[in-house]
Structures are given as C-alpha cells and as structure tokens.
Design a protein around this ligand. Structure first.
Ligand code: PLP
Length: 458
C-alpha cells in the first residue's frame, strides 16, 4: 500500500536532517561520522517496542486521558527543533526557539483575551508548574511574611494541594470549597468562607477557579467570583488574586460561542479579568509533552518573584520580558516552543481551527450524554457536560469499577472519575478528538451493549 502523504513526510524528514547536517558540518568543519555499531539495532528495538506497547491515543475508542492525537507535522516540528537542542532559558542558547516562544506567548495572551504588550505568558512543563508559579506570585504579592488563605474547590486538580504545600500554606491556610450540583465550585460556600475570613481581618491570598475540571469538564462560575471580589473590595477594602486553572479548558475559548451554554460562555468571556490563567497546550492544544503555560494579565506581577535581572545577557530587548528571571523552571525545552508555535499556526487559534475541532468534541460529548441520560440502562449520565468530558455511573462504586474494566475489555478505554470530588468513582469519557458519525455510533453501541450484557449477568 502506498500512501502519498507518508512518502511526503519521509521526504520532509530527509530535508530536515539534511539542513541539520549542513549546520553541524559548518559548526564542526566536517561531516558527522557514521552511526556507532549497534545504534541502528538499538533504535529499531526501541521503535518496535513503542509501536507494540504504546497507549493507543488516536483510537476513537480511547477516551481515558486528556491527550489528543498530535498532528504529525507538529511532532516533526518538535523533532526538527530538537536536532539543535535549544534551551529556552536564554536567547543565546536558543535564538530561534526563544523568539518562537515569544510569539507563542503573544498567541496565548490573545487566546485568554489580553493585550500581549501588557500581559505576559510563557511555556512550562505543564499545569502543575503553571499552578506553582501562579501561587508563588500570589503569595509574594501578598508579602512573604503575611500568611494568607488559599481557596480552591473540591473539584480542583490535585496539583493544587501540592502547590499549597510547596509554597508553605499551613493546614489552616487552605480552604477547600464544596461542589455544587453540576460539579462546579459551590459559590454560596465560597462567598461564606471569603466573607468570614475578610470580616475577621484575615487576608485571602488567592481563589483558584477551574474552567474545565479534570474529572467532569465542569466550568466554575468565574463571573460570580469576580463579583465576590468587588464586594470584598467595597465592604472590607481588601482584595484577592483570582487564578483560573484552564489547563484543560483554555483552548475552548476558540469555540463558536453559539455552541456554549450561557454559563460557560459567560465564564469564558470573563477570562481576561482573571489575574493569571493556566493553559496546557499539551492537552487541547494538540502539542506533544511537555507544554503547559502560565498567562498573566499584568506582566508587572512577575517582579514579585524576581529581584535581579537574568544572568548571561538574558535581559530581553526592552519590549520583550526575558524568560529566565521570572520562570519557576530554569532550562526549558525550545523544541516544545517550536511544536506549540507550529500547532497554533497549522490548526489556527480561531473558530475555524481549534474552535472547529473542540466544537466537534463538544458535540460528540453531548451526543454521548444524551444517549445515556434517559437512564434505561445501568449506566447513566446524570449531568450534561459543560465541556467534552462525560461521566457515566451506576450509582455504586464497585459496579462502576467493574464497568470500567469491562469497557476496556470491549475496546473502549475509559478512566475513573476518581478524586476527592465524588464518592462514586464513575466512568469518565474524555472526548479529545471529534468523532466521525460512524465512530460515535459504534461507541454508543459498544457502551450500550456492554451495559446490556452486564445487566443480563446480574
Ligand atoms: C491536567 C490538569 C492539571 C495538571 O496539568 P499537568 O500538565 O498534568 O501538570 C491541572 N489542572 C487541571 C484542571 C488539569 O486538567
């Protein structure tokens, strides 16, 4: 079988390697020597093992993780840049990929709704690192000596527990807010906690709001948190930072608003008012790992975490803030910046690009929800999803676990909703790629038939 697109990809790989060989020869004054003996066999063994045992991310029945199918051209961009081993800690170690990261930073500012000349963004290893950094900034802006309280929902990612611990928040300084009926943070509970703290003169360092929770894709009511902050400013003369964890949800801001429910639309419209935002290009941005990002509304906030300019001439050009003095991580992969840059340009950060892909995921998730909302089988979807994560449950923890195993055996890879949020683990389906009508039908049938089979066995 000849696949013309495959041979074009091979030609491209050859061209990329030839460019690199020329560059290397110019550096060293001669051609690269042959591969050492055994290298070919070793790499073939590695490749065979990967091809045999890797998780089948691109399969339409693979709904277990927040990993989309990465386009080949994006992976090639990563490999292409990787040949030059750029380190985005400083421009002289990575003149090209540092420039690309600045462009990606501008993309991400615009995605969130910021002016790139007053906002700021950079790539990092993922949502964990972005969260640590957002909280590091919030804590230092409050003043290192003044302990304040951090609030996040029970629906927040477990990374926040780590972040709070790492940044020295004691047990009494972390409040975990309850979750409402749609798996969103309970706004009445949040307001009660913030009022109690503020009226007692206890500072609130930050409130973390999730736009697209990991377990349910639920979108917290960001406008309500913004109103609560205004109320605190008026009533007590105190304020707090709002960080939005949109590691999963961020790219949904490109989806045509007509496809979103009014609450979700309002939350995404309010995103530019958050002080900082986590976005993971390695989730819905279709970039390879590692690619997380932190986006700041006001770039001046970075001064809270740096007291001196970067070393080795990394001071930026006056317009561009340098990365090194202000990022939590030091050495960072320039190849990741090249991949995200390419993904943004190939897919397109608009309603016709990511918006169309994610809109397709949203439609598929809704169709799955509707197929299981009626509740005539043992597995029921109780909540219409805010984004593209569907949860099915029988109502019993043991049978939900059994269900997940059985679905995996039928070729539908699912994960457990798990976490602190729900007592019953649930069967979680993440739709990371739009499903063709045939795939959607097949999936619904397998889910239904597995359900019927289980029912008859009981
Ligand atoms: C995935 C995720 C994280 C953690 O991100 P990593 O990239 O895995 O470090 C944090 N928050 C949310 C909401 C997530 O979905």
């Amino acid at each position: 079988m000849t696949d013309p697109s495959h041979s074009r990809a091979l030609d491209l790989v050859r061209d990329l390697l030839a460019d690199h060989d020329r560059w290397r020869a110019a550096c060293t004054g001669g051609p690269r020597g042959p591969l050492p003996p055994g290298a070919r066999d070793l790499l073939r063994t590695l490749s065979a093992r990967l091809a045999q045992e890797s998780t089948p991310w691109p399969a339409p029945g693979h709904l277990a993780h927040m990993t989309a199918d990465t386009p080949l051209e994006v992976t090639l961009a990563y490999l292409c840049a990787l040949l030059y081993n750029p380190n985005n800690i400083a421009p002289e170690a990575s003149p090209v990929t540092t420039a690309l990261e600045h462009e990606v930073a501008d993309d991400l500012c615009r995605l969130v709704g910021h002016d790139p000349t007053t906002g700021w963004a950079h790539l990092c290893s993922g949502g964990h690192a972005a969260g640590y950094e957002a909280l590091w900034i919030a804590r230092n802006l409050r003043g290192r000596a003044v302990r304040g309280t951090l609030l996040y929902g029970r629906n927040a990612h477990y990374a926040w527990e780590k972040a709070a611990d790492l940044l020295g928040f004691g047990r009494g300084e972390v409040e975990v807010v309850g979750v409402g009926p749609r798996h969103r943070m309970d706004m009445a509970d949040l307001a009660a906690r913030v009022h109690r703290l503020s009226s007692a003169g206890r500072p609130v360092t930050a409130v973390v709001v999730t736009l697209g929770t990991t377990s349910h894709g639920a979108v917290d009511d960001l406008p309500a948190v913004l109103r609560l902050r205004e109320e605190c400013e008026r009533t007590y003369g105190v304020s707090f930072r709002i960080h939005v964890d949109a590691a999963y949800g961020g790219y949904f801001r490109t989806v045509d608003e007509a496809l979103l429910t009014p609450e979700v639309r309002a939350a995404f419209r309010a995103l530019p008012l958050a002080d900082s935002v986590t976005v993971d290009p390695h989730k819905c941005g279709r970039a390879p790992y590692p690619a997380g990002a932190l986006v700041l509304r006001d770039r001046r906030a970075v001064r809270a975490v740096s007291t001196r300019p970067g070393p080795f001439g990394a001071d930026g050009d006056g317009e561009r803030l340098p990365f090194a003095p202000y990022t939590l991580e030091g050495a960072r992969p320039g190849a990741a910046a090249a991949a995200v840059w390419t993904a943004h340009r190939i897919v397109g950060l608009d309603t016709g690009g990511y918006g169309r892909l994610l809109g397709g995921c949203l439609r598929a998730a809704r169709a799955l929800h509707e197929a299981f909302a009626a509740g005539d089988g043992p597995l029921v979807s109780r909540t219409a999803p805010d984004l593209a994560v569907v949860n099915l449950t029988t109502g019993s923890a043991d049978s939900d676990r059994e269900w997940s195993d059985r679905l995996r055996a039928s070729g539908v890879s699912v994960s457990s909703t798990g976490g602190a949020e729900t007592e019953v683990p649930g069967v979680r389906l993440c739709v990371m790629d739009p499903l063709a009508p045939g795939d959607l039908e097949r999936l619904t049938r397998v889910l239904g038939e597995t359900a019927a089979g289980a029912l008859s066995r009981v």
